[in-house]
Ligand binder design. Structure first.
Ligand SMILES: [Zn+2]
Length: 477
């Protein structure tokens, strides 16, 4: 009798699970027609190439950036996008951050579209083409900033300019916020937030750089996926310091400053932060898992009950997937004695740490202390910010971003994700609970790898679809 009951219970559980898997399918969504009429793909590529040619390289060293290049960039924008500069209000904040307002005539909360026009340096990189020649060759725009983030800036302006040519007025105000110092975590975005706050404006939604349309990044999911960042990890810089009396290198002691520092580094390396599946990553598994083949789908359909197992799988699925599920620590800079024959009186290591959602600067430093377990190793927090708040994915703003994606990438699966890099968008979280991080470009693995590296480039077709994405978004606000 007992056995019969058990068999019945098992049978019920199996059929429930089977039903769950059979229902675990991509959502049926109405097609969103592409809105790329009125856009000029080659013209957009030529304008991007021109802007790539202006070397707006930002630098943390005072005096190293060239303010004339930034001024030239702003002047060229006025010439390349005349209708935008006639119709929108424009202010220059601080050293050169741009804030535009496209008035709707309504008092609905506005949409903020963000990008930045500073770029990272090219020094020490092996480029196959001149990074500032703005070459357009075989349907590809080459050069520093082609994607990050002049590509997005141009796609936004192409959309606005073309809509103005159609005589279009948006249903709610649209702000364009273009930073001049994103790559050095500067003031631009903070000034934009201050300007909005001073006017009592709380945006309806904010869209900044972040995820893109990519293939083959999620285990078991074929096809293209568009990942939209709902949050970003925290960023913490810590210096580990050990000290010693020093002396001549001919008479060293055991356990000197470099040895204690090395032991601390190895302890950090041997004790990675725990892997956890945060709700945002669970949402990503849920959205993308529906597109996986049956075997994987069975697994992903029960993701909620399998969080520890999935966190373990993702942590072994590659560097990017690992970074999604845990706080990571990179030791980037090491210093010891400055002379070959003198003992170090001080040894230091710089740890660049990306804090997972659910943890904080304080909890991260606490854990580092416990893991290092050596009072002789001093931990100095150089700078740190907690992970951003998590934006909603169950509202109209996210639905609009998804529809805009489907309009130009109809085959892509849209999913939320956690951005592992820091961006200007985090400042906007102070005034808006719908801050999304997405670049509307389909990028190959090689193109993704070229961000901040040699041979950055974007295809003319991706740029064109990107402009179509923003056009759809603005038209349907
Ligand atoms: Zn960027």
């Amino acid at each position: 009798m007992k056995r019969a009951l058990l068999a019945a219970a098992c049978g019920a559980a199996v059929s429930l699970a089977a039903r769950r898997v059979s229902r675990f399918r991509p959502p049926v969504t109405a097609p969103a027609p592409a809105d790329v009429e009125g856009l000029d793909a080659d013209g957009a590529a030529a304008r991007l190439a021109e802007l790539v040619r202006i070397p707006t390289i930002s630098s943390r060293e005072p005096g190293e950036a060239d303010p004339a290049a930034f001024a030239r960039f702003r002047e060229r924008l006025v010439e390349l996008y005349p209708a935008t500069h006639r119709a929108l209000d424009r202010e220059v904040l601080g050293d050169g951050a741009l804030l535009y307002r496209w008035r709707s005539g309504t008092d609905l909360a506005p949409m903020v579209l963000m990008a930045h026009y500073d770029v990272v340096p090219v020094a020490g990189q092996d480029w196959s083409r001149d990074p500032f020649s703005g070459l357009v060759e075989d349907g590809v725009v080459h050069g520093r900033g082609a994607i990050d983030d002049k590509g997005a800036l141009v796609a936004i302006l192409e959309a606005v300019e073309s809509l103005l040519a159609d005589g279009f007025t948006p249903a709610r105000d649209v702000y364009l916020s273009f930073g001049d110092d994103e790559e050095v975590a500067g003031m631009g975005a903070k000034l934009a937030v201050a300007a909005l706050t001073a006017r009592g404006i709380r945006p309806w939604a904010v869209l900044d750089e972040g995820g893109a349309v990519v293939s083959g990044v999620f285990p078991g999911v074929p096809g293209r996926t568009a990942v939209v960042g709902l949050a970003e990890k925290g960023l913490l810089d810590v210096e580990l310091v050990t000290t010693d009396p020093g002396g001549h290198a001919s008479a060293p002691v055991r356990g000197g400053a470099p040895a204690r520092l090395a032991r601390a580094i190895l302890r950090i390396d041997d004790n990675p932060f725990p892997a956890r599946l945060h709700d945002v990553v669970l949402g990503m598994v849920d959205a993308l898992g529906r597109h996986a083949p049956v075997g994987y789908r069975t697994l992903f359909a029960h993701a909620e009950y399998l969080r520890p197992a999935l966190a373990a799988i993702l942590s072994r699925a590659g560097r990017e997937a690992n970074a999604l599920v845990r706080t990571t620590v990179a030791i980037t800079r090491l210093e010891g004695s400055r002379a070959a024959n003198v003992l170090a009186t001080r040894a230091s290591a710089h740890a660049n740490i990306r804090i997972a959602l659910g943890e904080t600067v304080a909890s991260t430093v606490d854990r580092l202390r416990r893991v290092i377990d050596d009072p002789g190793v001093e931990l100095r927090v150089v700078s740190g910010n907690d992970p951003s708040p998590v934006s909603r994915a169950d509202n109209e703003a996210f639905a609009l971003v998804s529809a805009a994606i489907r309009s130009v990438y109809p085959d892509a699966a849209v999913a939320p994700y956690v951005m592992v890099q820091a961006s200007d968008a985090r400042h906007l979280s102070q005034v808006c609970d719908s801050v999304y991080r997405f670049m509307p470009f389909d990028l190959t693995k090689d193109e993704l790898a070229a961000l901040h590296a040699a041979d950055e480039r974007i295809s003319v077709s991706a740029l064109h679809r990107g402009a179509g994405f923003y056009r759809y978004l603005i038209r349907n606000l």
